[in-house]
Design a protein around this ligand. Sequence first.
Ligand SMILES: C[S@@+](CC[C@H](N)C(=O)[O-])C[C@H]1O[C@@H](n2cnc3c(N)ncnc32)[C@H](O)[C@@H]1O
Ligand code: SF4
Length: 397
Amino acid sequence: MSFERLLLRTWSDNHLFSVLVELTYRCNLDCFFCYNDLGLRGRPLSVEQYDELFADLRDLQVLNLTLTGGEPLAHPDFLRLGARARELGFVVRIKSNGHALRGAMARRIRDEIDPFLVEVSLHGATAAVHDRQTREPGSFERLLANLREMRGLGLRVKLNSTLTAWNEHEIEDTMALADRLELPLQIDPEVTPRDDGDREPQSIAPSRAGVRRLFELLAERAAAARERPVEQAGQAGPGEQAGPAGAPSVQVSRLADDGLAPAAAEKHCGAGSSGIAVDPYGNVYPCVQWRRPVGNLHEQSIRDIWAGSSGLADVRTLTVAAKKMVDGFGAAGQLLNFCPGNAAAWSGDALQVYPAALSRMEMAQQAQAGGQEQDGLANRPAPAPAPRKTLLPILQS
Ligand SMILES: C[S@@+](CC[C@H](N)C(=O)[O-])C[C@H]1O[C@@H](n2cnc3c(N)ncnc32)[C@H](O)[C@@H]1O
Ligand code: SF4
């Protein structure tokens, strides 16, 4: 069976494929827009409970395990848990702010965890903007030094950036910085509410002009890539297109997207069908963005939750309904990058399209129309839509 077909089956057969584990909400930075609910209370999972969880996930033949937080490195047993995950054979990803990822810690991550990928957050192209978002003076310069060190150690690193009102004016420079660092960049065009529903983070949501500019820049990069001889093309991973000569890719994608799983025929996304998220207190959610608890690991094993949770059954039904709703928009529906979790956070209704999605669709359409005019393609028939991915990537450079 091809890998693509296998992925399709993970959705239709509810085969658990990717698990995101928020190890702790502790953090050494204090980002203004952080979605973590620091007021959430509960009994943290013990190391033994993580061991049991990981063993169960191995038995369920899970492939991807992502360690995040908060800042995952701030968990006292982070290295031990990461090493255990690797030992069990998972493809381990670490999502980190990169602030402590240096020196002995960086070396131990490489030697003891050997992650498939370290995803590091970059908030802008200058110290003024990055440090404003992290609320930690010096964090930008320290991150740049740490990124160089990580690369020197041979760690595979990707940059994640969320477009905000505070950094949208330097998005082009952020792409150029990623190119100079020779690192792929994933840009999330949406600021989400806090997990407790507080919309304060969205006070720095990007403007419509900022979102449109982002899509225009991607269209420009894609056009530049098309004109290049093949041998000068940059590196491109699965679902990505190359950047400028020798440069890695840039893609616009929502944070829940692991960039791998194509959509199944009948479901909008893999929330609760191929993926789940676990918070530090053992609450299990269909996705990092859909904060509707479907079970708790203090009460039930992940195997029992996966097989028997009525909440998960509801979520799977909703992802089928979400596909029908998005299909109603025709080819443009893909550009909504609709997230049922965000919809539920916005209005309480996982099937209601929210303003940021509608605005994103319009801005992406305008940028695409502009790009086609520049290419002299405006009067040609629209190209067939690209194969749908889980929650995008919306566009790639
Ligand atoms: C919560 S952090 C956890 C991992 C790590 N501490 C970090 O910052 O990369 C995961 C990612 O979500 C992004 N993020 C945080 N709050 C957000 C929000 N309200 N909307 C969109 N992205 C957000 C962060 O910038 C980061 O890339
Ligand atoms: S570094 Fe990550 S977890 Fe920490 S405050 Fe920023 S977004 Fe939140």
